[in-house]
Structure formats: structure tokens, C-alpha cells
Unconditional design. Structure first.
Length: 324
């Protein structure tokens, strides 16, 4: 089968399309014939050798796919061959992947594979950020950074569905700001403008923001912390797409009685109850026409380096997907 492997960490040039052996499912496994694979900042961090866990080489990148079950390992009889599924996996940039049947997400007929590839990581992350980590309360204000990105487009909509009051979205271009507004953001702010902090503060009547979803890092994270509402506000950090981690002052947290919460999807994968709650609610929103999955760019598997460059350059909107 064809797969994208890296033999060393580095820039997009280390991504290689190679012919490798098609994996056979072992006991308790199923095999998925991949139709689409999601591209994530986590993939870029692994490629760079900057992920939260060490990158073991050589390896096939990719952590989420959509496709069809095409083989069962010993002891497995369901779901039936041909079942359309999405899943979080290891080594997803490939024509075939192996996984456990308990982690499969059956897909409704109306959801195509490309859009389905946006659900396992971005959809569940956005849901858990708003519901579980931030524990959003009705009427609270929410600031979503990178509101036109994969997680951001989902988070803006989910915050509204869960009863948020004012939702503020930041992005770096007029087109991205317009997308965030169309998806439900009440206020949109260009974070490239020097007075973006003042614009956000003004949108809350100078009271600050109850919930901030932060994944840029560096100066943006530090400036965002100053916007958190005293005593009850919290900022959830779930990445550092800007390449520099957030610098958090413990003194500032104490002085203002605010909370900073970390989120990483990986440890949640073992909590099947939490994953099931998220996927069930996401599909309910989709079935009711309340949630729109934004896929901004698709690339053939062989053009994965272009996809990584586009995501790193922040020139993408919504989800970036590889077609296999």
C-alpha cells in the first residue's frame, strides 16, 4: 500500500510517499480502507519532533481517518465489512490502517468521507473544550482564537449551541472573519491589529471574557490572559500553533483569581464514555442541521507536504483533508 512516512524529523520535505506492506489485522483489530485522512497541527508537531510525546522513527503520520471496514482480525465479527466509519488511529496517512473496533465511529449515510475526517479530532476537541474543560454556563462570553480553523469553526458553533452569550472570534483576514461571523460569532476581531485586545474588551463592556479557548501560544496567550474575567474566568490552552508555548505568570493567576486549564485529546481516548457523549451529541447537531463541518482544502495523499505548508502558514480555513 501507499503511505506517507518520515525517517527523520524536520520540515515538510521529510514527508515521503512510499510503498509499504499492507497491514493485516491481529486479534481484536479491524482494518479500515482509508478514503480521507485529516491533517492536524499534531501531525506537524510530530514531523518537527516537537510533539508532547517523542516521535519514534521511522513512522507513518496521521491520527484520524474516514473510510470503510474491509477486514476483521481473529475474534472480531463486527462491525460488518463495508461499514462506513471514522476513527482516531495511529499511522493514518495511508491506504489502510488498523484499529480497535471499540474506537470506530459509524457514519450516517448523508455524511461523506471528506467531512467525516474532520470529526474525530476537531469535532471532539471543540466539544470537550467547551463542555468538559471550560464547563461553559448559559450566557457566558467566549473568545475563540483561530475561529476560522478546524477546531475554531466547530467551537464557535458548539459554544452557541450550548448557550453562550457573546461569542468573539479572532482570525487574521477579512475572509476568515466573515466565515466566523457566518458560523455564529457575534463579534469578530483581526488579531493582527495592534488594538485587538481593546476590541475584545470593548465587546464585553470592559468586563472581560468568561471563557477563552487558546491555541496560538506566545504573546497571544499572554495578552489573552489579561482578558479573562476576574474571579470566575478561565482560559483553556490546547495548543501552540504559533510555535512558542504560552508563558503563564502564577502571580497573575493569584492576583486576579483566574484559572488556566490544559487540554489534550489523547488522554481522553481511553475514556470511552466521554468520547461517546461527544460523538452522540455531534451527530445530533449534524442531523438537526445545527452544525456545519467546514472543509476548506483537500489535497491528494501524495501532496501532503503542500497541506502541511498551508496549515503552518495559516493560509487555510476549516479542516484540511487528504484524499486517499
Amino acid at each position: 500500500m501507499k503511505a506517507i512516512r518520515i525517517h527523520e524529523t524536520g520540515g515538510p520535505e521529510v514527508l515521503r510517499l512510499e510503498e509499504v506492506e499492507t497491514p493485516e489485522p491481529l486479534e481484536g483489530q479491524v482494518r479500515i480502507k482509508v478514503a480521507a485522512a485529516g491533517v492536524n497541527y499534531a501531525d506537524i508537531a510530530q514531523r518537527n519532533g516537537a510533539y508532547l510525546t517523542p516521535t519514534k522513527l521511522p513512522t507513518i503520520l496521521g491520527v484520524e481517518v474516514a473510510g470503510m471496514v474491509d477486514a476483521h482480525g481473529p475474534g472480531v465479527s463486527s462491525p460488518p465489512i463495508g461499514t462506513r466509519v471514522a476513527a482516531m488511529v495511529a499511522r493514518g496517512y495511508a491506504e489502510y490502517v488498523l484499529t480497535q473496533p471499540g474506537g470506530l465511529i459509524p457514519l450516517p449515510d448523508e455524511l461523506d468521507f471528506v467531512r467525516a475526517a474532520a470529526l474525530p479530532v476537531q469535532g471532539i476537541t471543540a466539544y470537550q473544550l467547551v463542555r468538559d474543560s471550560a464547563q461553559l454556563q448559559p450566557g457566558e462570553s467566549v473568545l475563540v482564537h483561530a475561529a476560522a480553523g478546524g477546531v475554531g469553526t466547530m467551537a464557535v458553533q458548539i459554544a452557541k449551541l450550548m448557550g453562550a452569550g457573546t461569542v468573539i472570534g479572532t482570525a487574521g483576514s477579512s475572509a476568515k472573519l466573515e466565515l466566523a461571523r457566518r458560523l455564529g460569532a457575534d463579534v469578530v476581531v483581526n488579531y493582527r491589529e495592534e488594538d485587538w485586545v481593546d476590541q475584545v474588551r470593548a465587546a464585553t463592556g470592559n468586563e472581560g471574557v468568561d471563557v477563552i479557548l487558546e491555541m496560538v501560544g506566545g504573546d497571544i496567550a499572554e495578552q489573552s490572559l489579561n482578558l479573562v474575567t476576574e474571579f470566575t474566568g478561565r482560559m483553556v490552552i490546547f495548543g501552540a500553533a504559533g510555535g512558542e508555548p504560552a508563558r503563564i505568570s502564577s502571580a497573575k493567576l493569584m492576583q486576579r483569581n483566574i484559572a488556566v486549564i490544559g487540554y489534550w485529546l489523547a488522554p481522553n481516548l481511553g475514556r470511552t464514555d466521554r468520547i461517546a457523549q461527544a460523538t452522540n451529541d455531534l451527530f445530533k447537531y449534524l442531523a438537526a442541521g445545527q452544525l456545519e463541518i467546514i472543509v476548506g482544502q483537500t489535497y491528494p495523499l501524495a501532496h501532503v507536504a503542500e497541506a502541511h505548508r498551508a496549515l503552518s502558514d495559516r493560509s487555510t480555513t476549516g479542516k484540511v483533508v487528504l484524499t486517499v
